[in-house]
Design a protein around this ligand. Structure first.
Ligand code: ADE
Length: 226
């Protein structure tokens, strides 16, 4: 899967993709991440990519021309399955959306800044608008990193333990059950006996019941989702 991330703050995106699982996914050839500095497509030699809003009001608006130039250059080289705009008024990200995106081959992620992008970009270029939650970030970069991380970790071969992404919270509509590791007892705090029993079917049943109980208690809304 190939990600092309368009940003006017490309430095913000360097670190998240240079470590651990996301770095290994690229080294294994499972993912390509290309970060594009929008200023390279500025409308003048001063590096201008934003301007005042028509009609007045505070805050700058990202101009259509640099974004068009960047997207057009990318589209001349390959076909894109999605052009995703990161914005607080987009669809709130969840595991279902992540799973769908993970099936795509080439994806552009556009990071917003300031008061956002000229509406014509959203109308004529963007195919999906995604928010990572009901709060406002100073730019779309952190959201883009969250989105890309969630997608990349479920691409087959990225995680060493293939089954581990499948047992994540949300993957089956439930929160994950509690987990324990050694020692079996620490300062009087013991691991549930069932986990030490070696009875795999019983352990699976216990985990399922714990997942249901935890979801009921913490996120009952998930149980009502289709
Ligand atoms: N840009 C600013 N806030 C955002 C959010 N909550 N999600 C995605 N992109 C954003």
């Amino acid at each position: 899967m190939r990600f092309d991330i368009i940003s006017c703050q490309p430095d913000l995106l360097e670190s998240p993709f240079s470590h651990s699982i996301l770095k290994r996914a690229q080294q294994k050839g499972l993912v390509e991440i290309h970060i594009h500095d929008l200023r390279k497509y500025a409308v003048n030699k001063h590096g201008q990519i934003d301007d005042y809003a028509f009609g007045g009001g505070a805050g700058m608006v990202m101009m259509i021309e640099p974004i068009d130039k960047c997207i057009s250059e990318l589209q001349a080289a390959r076909t894109y399955d999605a052009i995703i705009y990161m914005t607080p008024d987009g669809q709130t990200l969840n595991q279902r959306i992540v799973n769908k995106f993970s099936l795509l081959e080439n994806v552009i992620i556009l990071c917003g800044h300031y008061k956002g992008v000229d509406e014509r970009v959203r109308q004529h270029y963007v195919t999906h608008e995604i928010s990572i939650g009901d709060y406002v970030l100073s730019g779309g970069e952190l959201g883009a990193a969250v989105l890309a991380d969630a997608i990349i970790r479920i691409i087959p071969g990225v995680l060493n333990d293939e089954s581990s992404a499948l047992t994540d919270s949300f993957q089956d509509g439930l929160l994950a059950p509690p987990v324990y590791t050694r020692p079996a007892e620490y300062k009087g705090m013991a691991v549930p006996d069932i986990l030490m029993s070696g009875d795999t079917p019983k352990i699976e049943q216990w985990r399922f019941e714990q997942a249901i109980a935890r979801t009921k208690q913490r996120r009952p809304d998930l149980l009502n989702e289709e």
